[in-house]
Design a protein around this ligand. Structure first.
Ligand code: MN
Length: 194
């Protein structure tokens, strides 16, 4: 079973995440930020991951800590659940439209952390979610998970659609990358380690 459960506690947030890479064992998300919950549910549903998240953060200060720290713990869960990455596809990509918007996410579970984020998010706030923090979440998951993450909105108008398409594309591309393929013999790297 490729699963991980991690709890991280700081003075700003307390977060527990359980991730199951191989089945949608259930999705239950509670971060206290409605729009963020909606995005994480879309990520898990379309990535076909089992995912439970309980995050209690200092929302009275700003939602930023809770969103960024959730990205850190989720990235840590992917890294732990994947283990030595033997037999996985390693690369994954997805285009996801949402009405007038088209998002593209490409990942390489390379063991190296890098983010390229290219999206113009014109509406600054959606519910209790500051849209600029989308990039901080993507940065956090890529760096904690130690993978290359290239995320772009190719075109679109509505900021809700743009962010939702990005989260769905992140789910689809991660699902593709973590998939096990019998044609992959051992660890998918010429170095022998990723
Ligand atoms: Mn929506």
């Amino acid at each position: 079973m490729r699963t991980a459960t991690i709890t991280r506690t700081t003075k700003e947030t307390q977060i527990t995440i359980s991730l199951n890479l191989d089945q949608q064992s259930g999705i239950a998300i509670d971060t206290g930020i409605g729009f963020f919950d909606h995005m994480l549910e879309a990520f898990a549903k379309h990535g076909r991951f089992g995912l439970t998240i309980k995050a209690q953060g200092d929302l009275d200060v700003d939602p930023h800590h809770t969103i960024e720290d959730t990205g850190i713990v989720l990235g840590n869960c992917f890294k732990q659940a994947l283990g030595d990455k033997a037999g996985i596809e390693r690369f994954g990509s997805a285009f996801v439209p949402m009405d007038e918007t088209l998002a593209r996410v490409v990942v390489d579970l390379s063991g190296r952390a890098y983010l390229v984020f290219d999206a113009e998010l014109t509406n600054q706030r959606l519910g209790g979610f500051d849209t600029e923090v989308t990039e901080d979440f993507f940065q956090a998951i890529a760096f904690a998970g130690e993978f290359n993450l290239h995320a772009a909105v190719l075109y679109g108008r509505n900021t809700h659609h743009k962010i939702e398409a990005l989260f769905k594309a992140l789910g689809r591309s991660m699902q593709a990358a973590v998939s096990e393929n019998p044609a992959v013999k051992g660890i998918p790297s010429t170095k022998g380690v990723i």
